[in-house]
Each structure stands twice: as structure tokens, then as C-alpha cells.
Design a protein around this ligand. Structure first.
Ligand code: ATP
Ligand code: MG
Length: 321
């Protein structure tokens, strides 16, 4: 099967990106033909500083590689190195109804969070449909927030097929793991690069520890049992705790006697144990930007070869060729 997914360089990689998406990317590399891209065109809808944009792309690429995406097994590339993607976006946008985009939750959520919307943010599901359809992917591993966009992608492909009377696209399926579908941020909302509520994977330890210690909790006294339902700290401890500590986590909540502060310290230890190796590798990669650039350009060459036949079919279907 062909797998495709991506992450926006709209901020620093966080544990929601890892558990919701990137961990699945890594697992899938062993069995499938995988395409993993850096969604830099998408990030332009929120990142306005060109130097920051360049830095974020490099950090994301280093993050992908440090976490275990392997350029020998997967095609890793930047969206902006693929001019076919915006071209396909345009063809798709002409068969996409306004109503379909107006119904998208992600857009509404971002506006509700105070992101000032622009046309690009509104139409981003069409660009996303192009990302996915262009490599004829079968499977798209994502977090739950992207489920609706996968449905939109299928709708747009079907609309193209109905309009032109030819089946050029493969209809993709989302791959969403229920247990990590929505990782909560330190404020209890969905963790998001653009919401300022992230626990970052890379960067200095101190601010990460501080973030973890700032996780919102209720005022249950130390000796009392703690509520598990809707408790972001519980959810994160369960995801991070090694097998031998899972019972400790359960008991800490059910029996009481452990304060939230101590639990957060544990969470930070689990964090370091989980990401220590990747963090060291990340620092090495950040010191060798030429190597990272080389990998991305080689990936784009491979991806452009893959998409050429599909783009021929599409151009012929619409009558441009
Ligand atoms: P932004 O705030 O700019 O949208 P983001 O943090 O939502 O950034 P994306 O680049 O939009 O990250 O998403 C990359 C992948 O990570 C997607 O598959 C998305 O579903 C997944 N993801 C993002 N946040 C979470 C989360 N809190 N829990 C689970 N998966 C997530
Ligand atoms: Mg997002």
C-alpha cells in the first residue's frame, strides 16, 4: 500500500504530533511505500516571518529524521519543492463547493482560538487533498483532528471524477489510532503548535520541564483519589509510562497519596526516557544542515517521479493537455 502524511512547520514538533502521527509514520515504513512531507505551503497560512519559516523547516526535517523516519525506506520531501501540488490544488478547487469548506471544523476551531483567518487557511483542505491525491495514497496516518479533512479529500476526488467522467484518483483511507487520537495540551485543549499549549520534543530541557509542571490540574488534595476522566495528566502518564509503571499510575489515581506535582515530575522523567536518544540525534542533525537539505532534495526528486503519470492523467482529463 502507499502511505502519505505530513506535518506543518508551523511551530516546534510536540508530543501530540509524535503520538498522533509520527510514531505511526515510523511503524508503517517497514511494510509500505511511504511518502512523508513537510507541509511548508500550509504553514504559510500562519507563519509570517521568512527567517523563522526557514528555521522551522530545518527543525522539522531534523525532527523527522531524529525520530526515525528513514530516507532509505521513505520518500521525505518539502511540499514547496513540488510545483505539481499547487497546480493540482487549482484543478481540485474548481470542483470543490464552498459549502464543503464552510463545514470544516479545523478552520472554525482555529478562528475560535483567535487565529485571524485568511483565504489560504479557509481553502487549506483543498491543498491537503492535493497532497494526498497526488501520490495516489491508500492510507493516511493522522490525528483525529484531520479525520474530516480526509472525508473532504474523498469528496473532492469523487467530485472531480463525476465532473470529468474519469477515475484518476485513488480514494484514501485515514489511519487513526483511538488511544492517541487527541493528545491534550497543558491547558487540556487539543495540543497544537498554534495554541501555545505544547510539550515540545526538542529544545532545552528546562522550558519543557516548566511546561510539564504547568499542566492544568484540579485542586484534589494529595491524599485523595484523583479523577481520571478528562484528566490530561492521567492521559499523558498512561501514554508515556513504561509497562512496569502502568500499575503505579493507576494506583496513584485510584488510591490517592501521590500529589499532582510528583506525578508531573514522573511524567518529565518518562519524557526524557522516551525521547532522550532522539533529542541527541536531533542536535547532531541540526549541526549538519547540508545533509538535511540533501535528503530533502533527493526526496523531492523521487516524489516528482511518482506524481508525473497522475499529473498527466489529470491535465488530460481537464483538457489542459
Ligand atoms: P497547527 O496548530 O499549526 O495546526 P498542529 O500541532 O495541529 O499544528 P499539524 O502539523 O497540523 O500540527 O498536524 C500534524 C499531524 O499531527 C496531523 O496528523 C495531526 O492530526 C497530528 N496532531 C496534531 N496535534 C495532535 C494532537 N494533539 N493529538 C494527536 N494528533 C495530533
Ligand atoms: Mg493542525
Amino acid at each position: 500500500m502507499r502511505v502519505l502524511s505530513g506535518v506543518q512547520p508551523s511551530g516546534t514538533l510536540h508530543i501530540g504530533n509524535y503520538f498522533g502521527a509520527i510514531r505511526q509514520f515510523i511503524e508503517l515504513q517497514n511494510e509500505h511505500e511511504c511518502y512523508y512531507f513537510l507541509a511548508d505551503l500550509h504553514a504559510l497560512t500562519t507563519v509570517r516571518d521568512p527567517d523563522r519559516m526557514r528555521a522551522l523547516v530545518r527543525e522539522l526535517a531534523a525532527g523527522y529524521l531524529a525520530l526515525g523516519l528513514d530516507p532509505e525506506r521513505s520518500v521525505i520531501y518539502r511540499q514547496a519543492d513540488m510545483p505539481e501540488i499547487p497546480e493540482l490544488t487549482w484543478y481540485l478547487s474548481t470542483v470543490t463547493s464552498m459549502g464543503l469548506l464552510q463545514r470544516c471544523h479545523s478552520f472554525k476551531d482555529k478562528v475560535a482560538q483567535g487565529v485571524v483567518p485568511n483565504h489560504g487557511l479557509f481553502t487549506y483542505p483543498v491543498l491537503m487533498a492535493a497532497d494526498i491525491l497526488i501520490v495516489r495514497s491508500d492510507l493516511v496516518p493522522v490525528g483525529k483532528d484531520q479525520k474530516q479533512h480526509l472525508e473532504v479529500t474523498r469528496d473532492i476526488a469523487a467530485s472531480f471524477h463525476a465532473t470529468y467522467g474519469v477515475e484518476v484518483f485513488t480514494l484514501p483511507e485515514p489511519l487513526i489510532r483511538d488511544d492517541v487520537a487527541v493528545i491534550p495540551g497543558v491547558d487540556g485543549q487539543k495540543m497544537s503548535k498554534s495554541y501555545g499549549n505544547t510539550i515540545d520534543i526538542f529544545g532545552p530541557e528546562k522550558p519543557i520541564r516548566k511546561r510539564i509542571m504547568s499542566l492544568v490540574t484540579d485542586s484534589t488534595p494529595v491524599e485523595d483519589p484523583k479523577p481520571k476522566e478528562g484528566n490530561a495528566l492521567y492521559q499523558l502518564l498512561k501514554i508515556f509510562a513504561p509497562a512496569e509503571d502502568r500499575e503505579w499510575v493507576e494506583r496513584a489515581f485510584v488510591e490517592g497519596g501521590v500529589g499532582y506535582g510528583d506525578m508531573k515530575k514522573r511524567l518529565f522523567e518518562y519524557f526524557l526516557a522516551t525521547f532522550g536518544q532522539a533529542r541527541a540525534r536531533y542536535d547532531e542533525l541540526m549541526a549538519d544542515p547540508a545533509e538535511v537539505d540533501r535528503i530533502l532534495l533527493a526526496g523531492a526528486d523521487r516524489a516528482r517521479e511518482t506524481v508525473a503519470p497522475l499529473m498527466d492523467d489529470v491535465r488530460r482529463a481537464v483538457g489542459i493537455r
